[in-house]
Design a protein around this ligand. Structure first.
Ligand SMILES: NC(=O)c1ccc[n+]([C@@H]2O[C@H](COP(=O)([O-])OP(=O)(O)OC[C@H]3O[C@@H](n4cnc5c(N)ncnc54)[C@H](OP(=O)(O)O)[C@@H]3O)[C@@H](O)[C@H]2O)c1
Length: 225
């Protein structure tokens, strides 16, 4: 199937942890671009409140809230935006529902005691761990790790920074690149899933820089391209 056809098929984006900072920001941007959004949460009420906030802000009913497992079942593509500590609970709860769908992994394994550092999983990266857990028929794509939630929320500004996209599934990677471009980003093909070993470390540096320079939305932009 052509990339465009795949993009057209992705009408509903489910965001697991869409009540949080990063997931909510991405939901807002994609809803503004006309995609239907399923906000997933451990609490249905919290999910519905977040969806309502998006609909009120945009003046259109584009988002609905649901428990994480239901959102994963209904979504054409599923994005994971939860703290790494939540993976043990959430991944088994959505495994069956996401089979065969693109799963976008945004999770950064920040050290909870010191977010200027990471604690990488034994396998190498979170994205590789998620891929191993879900199985090879479910393409996992890493993206948005270096995009700050603060910049996503500023709807009056074009999003800043390059989205670094990596996966072992090239068509799924291209689809996610197009989804990032849909909301105004430049998105770069950063290679296979093991690139996550490098990319998932970068947000720890951004946390440091934001603290050091008292900012909230420092991001990465490559030159020379
Ligand atoms: N914030 C950023 O600027 C940014 C940028 C790039 C990447 N990231 C990464 O994206 C992910 C989400 O970041 P965030 O800042 O949006 O996080 P967050 O606001 O702290 O959490 C996101 C959502 O995850 C759910 N959650 C929290 N703890 C959980 C647990 N133990 N088990 C299951 N679900 C849990 C919560 O939803 P419910 O309570 O509704 O279930 C929460 O609203 C993280 O891995 C982060 O490192 C963040």
């Amino acid at each position: 199937m052509e990339i465009k056809e795949v993009m057209d098929e992705i009408k509903k984006i489910a965001i697991i942890g869409g009540t949080g900072r990063e997931g909510f920001g991405l939901a807002l941007r994609w809803a503004k671009a006309g995609k239907s959004i399923l906000i997933g949460s451990r609490s249905e009420e919290k999910a519905q409140a977040a969806a309502e906030k998006i609909n009120t802000q945009l003046g259109q009913a584009l988002a609905v809230g649901a428990p994480n497992a239901l959102a994963a079942r209904e979504g054409d593509l599923v994005l994971l935006s939860i703290p790494y500590q939540g993976h043990e609970l959430i991944l088994p709860a959505i495994r069956e529902s996401v089979q065969g769908k693109i799963v976008v992994e945004v999770t950064v394994p920040l050290d909870p005691n010191d977010p200027t550092q990471v604690k990488m999983p034994e396998i190498g990266s979170v994205a590789e761990e998620t891929q191993a857990f879900l199985g090879s028929k479910t393409p996992v794509v890493g993206a948005f790790h270096t995009i700050s939630s603060a910049s996503l929320k500023k709807l009056d500004q074009k999003p800043d920074g390059d989205v670094l996209v990596f996966s072992d599934h090239s068509q799924a990677k291209e689809t996610v690149i197009q989804l990032a471009e849909l909301i105004g980003f430049r998105a770069l093909d950063c290679g296979p899933l093991r690139t996550g070993r490098t990319i998932e470390r970068l947000p720890a540096l951004l946390v440091w820089l934001n603290k050091r320079y008292q900012k909230k939305d420092i991001s990465l932009h490559f030159t020379g391209l």
